[in-house]
Design a protein around this ligand. Structure first.
Ligand code: HEM
Length: 160
């Protein structure tokens, strides 16, 4: 039962991370770019609001994935001795994508996003908004790739 709960949490976090990145980067923002946007302050633009919530959402999902993944291994460490050769090679390969996703999400949520926060208090940072949002978009695509590849390795691990 514990394993079912852990894997449910692991899969739910992967689903939210992949779903929110896919929806925002591949569906919502391209659709919004096709309609003329009213001239408003940078912090009221659609892409600003989208990345303001996307970056912390993905970060929390990656943390939940790491927490639930480590907890799963701790719960099942006694069974790990009977695994087929190659399981931990695949696990190590998956960790490369997990580490990439972790650092990309930390950089987006805590470095890029904070550079364009509180624009009413630091109005000089308004000039940074277009370049920071573009960078967040590019890193978001990389995060999506890393998380999808980590999920693929995870599905493979579960059936190894
Ligand atoms: C971006 C991060 C991650 C994603 C997207 C991800 C995704 C997945 C997915 C989709 C599965 C398949 C579950 C199933 O089909 O039952 C899985 C399995 C697994 N994950 Fe992750 N995972 C991530 C991070 C981690 C981390 C950090 C660890 C451990 C430190 C971990 C450990 C595992 C293990 C051990 C399994 C196999 C469970 C089994 O053998 O049944 N995962 N993962």
């Amino acid at each position: 039962m514990t394993n079912n709960i852990i894997i449910f949490i692991h899969l739910a976090a992967a689903g939210v991370a992949i779903g929110s990145l896919t929806y925002t980067l591949l569906l919502f923002l391209p659709a919004m770019q096709k309609i003329p946007q009213p001239k408003t302050a940078e912090e009221h633009s659609v892409s600003y609001k989208a990345f303001e919530t996307l970056a912390p959402t993905v970060f929390v999902c990656v943390i939940v994935l790491i927490g639930s993944g480590v907890y799963y291994l701790m719960e099942n460490y006694a069974n790990q001795v009977n695994l087929k050769a190659g399981y931990y090679n695949l696990f190590g390969f998956k960790m490369i994508f997990v580490i990439a996703a972790f650092f990309l999400s930390v950089y987006s949520a805590f470095s890029l996003r904070t550079r364009i926060e509180h624009l009413d208090l630091v109005p000089e940072n308004r000039a940074l908004v277009p370049s920071v949002l573009k960078k967040m978009q590019q890193l978001g695509v990389l995060s999506l790739g890393a998380i999808v590849l980590a999920a693929f390795c995870g599905v493979w691990l579960a059936r190894f």
